[in-house]
Design a protein. Structure first.
Length: 228
């Protein structure tokens, strides 16, 4: 009994020192785990609500691509830009073809792959296209439609013409080819609805930001509850 009484206090002391009360555990600061990668891929525009809102009305922002005269405007603008550059004194053929090619690729990239949403009648679709680019809105997101095939072939043909009329200059070829790849890469079906984020911003507080700070119900949620 004496031995047990001598050992008991030490056991109690060890148990007390090894355990922590809930208040002590709660007072310890929580650390947020670091991301395992500096590049993340985010999926957008694929929720059931977005798909339902997209099918509610015709998207006027992308319907004009299939209208009459929408395709012929591309070679007309390219030819007009080439003629405007050729009348500049001292402009060489290599410089004019390079400027036309880079200008068309830059404008097409900004138009089809940089800007998102629709500029008018956005309330008809309840913001379902806010995260989608113009390219992702064409033909309802279908791949390899006639309009998309034309928009893929046009910069390729322009690149081949520029390479030919610049006499296959290696430096000009490298610049135009790099711009062509940069313009065609977002058109791949594997990147539809996906955003590549480099160094994605994190929440410094370590706590998740609530999706809706107030208790108000959005119009989309209100219509959903009424339909149930």
């Amino acid at each position: 009994m004496a031995a047990n009484s001598a050992i008991s206090p030490s056991i109690l002391i060890d148990q007390t020192s090894g355990s922590s009360s809930p208040s002590n555990r709660g007072s310890q600061p929580t650390k947020r785990a670091r991301s395992s990668s500096l590049v993340t891929v985010e999926q957008v525009g694929e929720s059931p609500y977005d798909i339902l809102d997209q099918s509610a009305y015709v998207n006027p922002n992308a319907e004009w691509v299939n209208s009459k005269g929408a395709w012929i405007i591309h070679p007309i603008l390219i030819l007009a830009g080439k003629l405007c550059l050729d009348i500049i004194p001292g402009m060489t053929q290599q410089a004019s073809w390079t400027v036309v090619t880079l200008g068309y690729l830059a404008i097409s990239y900004l138009m089809f792959h940089w800007a998102t949403g629709i500029p008018f009648h956005s309330e008809m679709h309840a913001g379902a296209y806010d995260d989608l680019t113009f390219w992702e809105q064409i033909d309802g997101g279908e791949q390899y439609t006639p309009a998309k095939k034309f928009l893929i072939c046009t910069p390729i043909v322009l690149f081949l013409l520029s390479t030919h009329y610049t006499h296959y200059n290696p430096w000009v070829f490298a610049v135009n080819f790099s711009a062509l790849i940069f313009s065609l890469f977002p058109k791949l079906p594997i990147l539809h609805g996906r955003r590549v984020r480099v160094l994605p911003p994190g929440d410094a507080s370590g706590f998740a930001t609530p999706a809706q700070a107030s208790g108000a119900v959005t119009p989309r949620q209100n219509s959903f509850y009424k339909g149930r």
